[in-house]
Unconditional design. Sequence first.
Length: 391
Amino acid sequence: MSSRPRVYLDHAATTPMPPGVRQVYADALGVVGNPSSIHGHGQAARDLLESARETVAASLGADAVEVVLTGGGTEAVNLALKGGYWARNAEAGSPRPRILSTRAEHHATLDALDWLERHEGAVVDWIDVDAVGRLSLDSLERALARDPDGVALVTALWANNEVGTLQPVAEIVRLAHAAGVPVHLDAIAAYGAVPVDVHAVRADLVSVSAHKIGGPVGIGALVVARTATVEPLLHGGNQQRARSGTQDAAGAAAFAAAASRIHPLSPELTALRDRLIAGLAGMPGVVLRGDPDPAGRLPGNVHATFAGADGDALLFLLDREGYSVSTGSACQAGVPEPSHVLAAMGVPAAEARGALRFTLGPGNTAEDVEGLLAVLPGVLERARAASGSRS
């Protein structure tokens, strides 16, 4: 085990809470009162909550009334998909069973879609993605043209959480709206990394999460456009437009503090990403996954496959050297299967098993990247030797 300080390169899983955000959170936890109570304590909590909502809304290019605070990104996605599906079918004169999506989505989307198929009669039409993980607009347009009146909604990532590829979100919305279909965008990986402007893109539903931008775990948001409708998942109080339940004023305050500190498209972060990509390019058997064009991927994302090595072995060996990385989405950590995202991109399973994701964020330095590149060749050699001994 290395004696050097540990280096955190898994910001896509969760990113550290800055001291200033922690202080806001701690102070807000001392505010007594239910935001729904009408007495002075309750109204103080309400003021804290609504001020935070306004800050979060501003960071998303949305209005405060459109921001529904949730228990995290997964709840936001489920509210968008299930609630959007139910609302669309409730208003329809005839059934709208179809949902258009891709097989490269986060599992919050894939599992919610699977549930809707099994329990609600939904029919998922899978849209193609290309070799870098980008949704095919031609495939989407063809799917929309087939019985557009039967489509409940389109759901897509703003940016792929594994390989970092940015999606053509404005075009996705344009095509769907031309067919009269609303759109949900999962912006959880994109938020804080690239500009997310809901009104500019004109999306109907957009999900985000606080802990991806340095806020606390356990709070997120679904932006529900003024013209959109979702059926709530939770009933009992009507505290928010699409969600019941006592609202977390302290969590919202910390969420807002983190949102006020985000600086998308940091040139320093992009430079670190590009240095890491350049360093990996010089290693035999290493293939960058996702868009090779720097402008087409998240500024902190480097995803690669390492021929002849197992991703889990690489992860554990790097961990022993003091580097925290991942093989993909943290929600699927420990699942011994190749990435479904890489499979959707057409990457053979044998290659996909050698995947690693490095995600940079606040606090990472050039020394972190150089140190990683220094230890990787030896780690890769040991992982390949271990893989060969098992074959």
